[in-house]
Each structure stands twice: as structure tokens, then as C-alpha cells.
Design a protein around this ligand. Structure first.
Ligand SMILES: NC(=O)c1ccc[n+]([C@@H]2O[C@H](COP(=O)([O-])OP(=O)(O)OC[C@H]3O[C@@H](n4cnc5c(N)ncnc54)[C@H](O)[C@@H]3O)[C@@H](O)[C@H]2O)c1
Length: 434
């Protein structure tokens, strides 16, 4: 008797990937190089683009679609023929910073309507320990009338890709796998091992795999928050945080994290999932909550720093001109989700500052739609100050003369990532980093 993985290998059975964003599309295409795949997404406009070989998230080029045995659809009826359902939908938070499980529940309902006896469902979305088994599986059971473990198998395999990182694509990152029993763990492990070069790590349980992913991101958030807090202390002392980190980094066991804005869909969001789980059990984690607070406060801190700099040289804040370079949540990506630049813009605008934002990677219409501001078409004339916010490659190649040309002689440069720290004396303006 062949197992489900072998039936996938022979082409007898197929895989369905639900949610084709930054995570789902690469995994769907990778499986589609070897197996039969259906890519399902509720967003028909995105499906239309993918049918033309275009990645709506702008991470993959058209070559990634070549030679793939994949059919894209936004019609949930078309996924019923599949046997392994991989769920990669978003796991956002609501305005109160609580998990919004709407996409996960919606995807689980679609699985519930499509799943048959003997099928598998594997969740990839990042979530708190217990979410798969306690919040998602019951939805599938209720709609399908089937019982998990006995009738269908459940797995969890968190995604670890780093958008914009061309060195470490999905296939080169060891993948954690987990499942509801030994037999299904073998199938899930074989499935992912077929596309992941370094292979898989078999976690002790689904909850362990969920927790492992969430602490990867929580640890990063906490480390950055420590650096942000230190940067405030060092700024007051009058020393450069990056100089301190460089010096401390000469010790073998010092971890070189840098201060900065924490935005995007993962690092600034996932700790809230863990906080939610902890609080639901009567535990109130102080370190995680404090780290989140510190990181979420950075944008306002930076904007206020800019206002103080205007005041210091006697500039009228109202209608002063500040340029922000970078709008995406991190360097060299087009992703503006949860970008903290928006908070800097809004804080400065609340002081009636004339803010202009430029970014070679971001989409102006998307910024207008999501946040209500456009990108400036070009860097134009002289500014009272520039906030160099995102270290896009294009912004790492400027020279002191460029800043002198675009910043008034009594103006300032806030270089968040410390890119021009070594030439700050040549720039000669009011220079600071975080
Ligand atoms: N982006 C990353 O770098 C990254 C890395 C690791 C893990 N993750 C996690 O992976 C998950 C997915 O993130 P993403 O960045 O790919 O999200 P995304 O926003 O890029 O894409 C999600 C896709 O799912 C679709 N979708 C939403 N609800 C749906 C539903 N009910 N049925 C079908 N499709 C639906 C959306 O239309 C969208 O195309 C999240 O849990 C995230 O935390 C993301």
C-alpha cells in the first residue's frame, strides 16, 4: 500500500496551497516543480496576475513560474480534488493588538468543505501554540463531519523565509515539521524533504513547532527593543549607539543587534500572539510586553527628535520641510505592511510639518490606499531635515556632497541605520543616528 506522499509523487494525488502571498506562492511553485498543485487564494485579482506569471508580492520573477505544474484559482469548489491542503494565510492583529484569526478560520472553513477521508491539512501560518489544534482543526471537523487524526491528518510546518533575502530562498532553509501522529509525521517530513535542501527537523509536537516559530520572532523583537532602549540612553549621553555596538561586538558572546523600527507582518506582530496565549492562561509576560512597547514607541521618538532639531536652530516647525527616505518596512522590499514609517509621517504631520516621502521600492498608489499619503515624485530642492529611514541599496551609495546639496546648512540628517556614520564629519550638518 502506498502512502499519501507516494501518491503525490506518482501524480495520482495533488496538493492545494491556500493563501498565495509571500509565503504561499513560493511554496506552491516549489512543489509544482515536482508535483501537481492547485494554488487557491480568495483574492481574484491576485489570482489573475499569477495566471499571467506575475507575483503580486513582487518577490519572484516570471522565471519562477516556468516548468510548474500549477493551476491558480479563486474558486473554492476547485480544490476538492486535492489531498494535501497547505494553509499559508495571514495572521494579523486587530487594533487592540489581539490576534485576528479571520483568515485562518476562513481557510479552515474552505478546507472543511473540501477535505475527504485520508487527506492531510498542514498549517504554515505563524501563530500561538495551540492555535492549530484548538482553533483551526475544530472548524474543519465541524464543517466536514470528519474527525482529526482518525479521518484526516494534521500537520504544522512554520515558514522561515526572509523576504528580500535572495541568498536564503525557501529551499535552502531547514524546515521544522510536526504532525498529529507518527505515521503522518513521516508523510509531512517526506513531503518537505523533497524540496528543502537542508532537510527537515521533526518537532516533538504541533504545539512545539508553533512555539518554536513564535519565539524566533519574539526573541528578535526583544533583542531589537533592548538596542532601542540603549540608543535612547546613549543619545542622552552623547555617544553613538553604533560605535558602542561595534566596540562591544569585539567580545565573542556579544550579539550584534542594532536599533531601529520594527514593522512588517512578522516581528512586530507575532509577540502579540504569544502575549495573547499567555494572558488567556493568566500569565502576564512583562519582558515581552515591554519590548513591544519600546519598539512601537520608536517612530514617535524619531519624529519628536526631528521636531527638537528644528526648534534648536530656531526654525518654525509649521510648514518646515522634512524628507523621509524609505517607506517600506525594511530594506530592498516593496512590502509596506505595518511600516512604522507611516507613524513617523503621521507624528510629523500632527505638528504641521511638510513631509515628503520617497522610496524606489514602494508603490505610491498602495501607500495612498493603505495610509493616505503618496510618494513624492522626486527629491526636490533643499529640506530642513532628512530622515534616512530604510537602508535600501540605493540609499547606501550616496556621498556627503549629496546630503549637503539637499539639506539646508542649518538642517539635520537623522540616519536611522547609521549608514553614513563614518563620514558624518564630512557631511558637516547636524548628524545623528539612532
Ligand atoms: N512574509 C513573511 O516573510 C513570512 C515569513 C514567515 C512566516 N510568515 C507567516 O506566513 C503567513 C502568511 O504570511 P504572508 O506574508 O504570506 O501573507 P500575505 O499577506 O503575503 O499573503 C496571504 C495571502 O492569503 C490570501 N488569503 C487571505 N485569506 C484567505 C483565505 N481565507 N483563503 C485563501 N486565501 C486567503 C490573501 O489574499 C493573500 O494573497 C503569516 O502567518 C505570516 O506570519 C510570513
Amino acid at each position: 500500500m502506498t502512502n499519501l506522499f507516494q501518491q503525490i509523487q506518482s501524480g495520482e494525488k495533488s496538493i492545494c496551497v491556500i493563501g498565495l502571498g509571500y509565503v504561499g506562492l513560493p511554496i506552491a511553485l516549489e512543489f509544482a516543480r515536482k508535483f501537481r498543485v492547485v494554488g487557491f487564494d480568495i483574492n481574484a485579482a491576485r489570482v489573475e496576475l499569477m495566471n499571467q506569471g506575475i507575483d503580486p508580492s513582487k518577490e519572484l520573477d516570471s522565471k519562477a513560474f516556468e516548468g510548474c505544474n500549477i493551476r491558480f484559482t479563486s474558486n473554492a469548489d476547485e480544490i476538492k480534488e486535492c489531498s494535501i491542503y497547505i494553509v499559508a494565510v495571514p495572521t494579523p492583529i486587530n487594533e487592540a493588538n489581539e490576534p485576528d484569526l479571520t483568515p485562518l478560520v476562513g481557510a479552515s472553513k474552505a478546507v472543511g468543505r473540501a477535505i475527504s477521508k485520508g487527506d492531510y491539512v498542514i498549517y504554515e501560518s505563524t501563530t500561538y501554540p495551540g492555535c492549530t489544534e484548538d482553533d483551526c482543526v475544530p472548524v474543519i471537523e465541524e464543517i466536514s463531519g470528519l474527525k482529526a487524526v482518525a479521518d484526516f491528518k494534521v500537520g504544522y510546518s512554520p515558514e522561515r523565509i526572509n523576504p528580500g533575502d535572495k541568498e536564503r530562498p525557501l529551499t535552502k532553509i531547514l524546515k521544522i515539521v510536526s504532525a498529529c501522529d507518527e505515521e503522518s509525521l513521516n508523510v509531512v517530513a517526506d513531503l518537505y524533504s523533497s524540496i528543502i535542501e537542508p532537510g527537515v527537523y521533526r518537532a516533538a509536537s504541533i504545539k512545539v513547532a508553533e512555539a518554536a516559530k513564535i519565539i524566533e520572532n519574539t526573541q528578535r523583537d526583544m533583542n531589537i527593543s533592548l538596542m532601542n532602549e540603549l540608543s535612547m540612553i546613549f543619545n542622552k549621553i552623547g555617544i553613538n549607539t553604533y560605535d558602542v555596538i561595534e566596540a562591544a561586538g569585539t567580545k565573542w558572546n556579544f550579539h550584534k543587534y542594532t536599533p531601529g523600527l520594527v514593522g512588517g507582518h512578522c516581528i512586530g506582530v507575532d509577540p502579540y500572539y504569544l502575549l495573547h496565549k499567555a494572558e488567556s492562561m493568566g500569565i502576564h509576560p512583562r519582558v515581552i510586553a515591554a519590548g513591544r512597547y519600546t519598539n512601537d514607541s520608536m517612530a514617535a521618538h524619531i519624529a519628536q527628535k526631528a521636531i527638537k532639531k528644528l526648534n534648536k536652530v530656531g526654525k518654525v516647525v509649521k510648514d518646515s520641510r522634512i524628507l523621509i527616505m524609505g517607506a517600506t518596512f525594511k530594506e530592498n522590499v516593496a512590502d509596506i505592511r505595518n511600516s512604522k514609517i507611516v507613524d513617523i509621517v503621521n507624528e510629523l504631520k500632527s505638528y504641521s510639518v511638510n513631509v515628503e516621502v520617497v522610496d524606489p521600492h514602494a508603490d505610491s498608489a498602495e501607500l495612498q490606499h493603505e495610509y493616505g499619503f503618496d510618494l513624492a515624485s522626486s527629491i526636490n530642492g533643499t529640506y530642513d531635515g532628512i530622515i534616512l529611514a530604510v537602508s535600501h541599496t540605493e540609499y547606501c551609495q550616496l556621498n556627503p556632497a549629496w546630503f549637503q546639496q539637499h539639506i539646508a546648512t542649518d538642517g539635520f540628517l537623522i540616519d536611522l541605520k547609521g549608514l553614513y556614520r563614518s563620514v558624518s564629519s564630512e557631511i558637516g550638518l547636524d548628524y545623528s543616528s539612532l
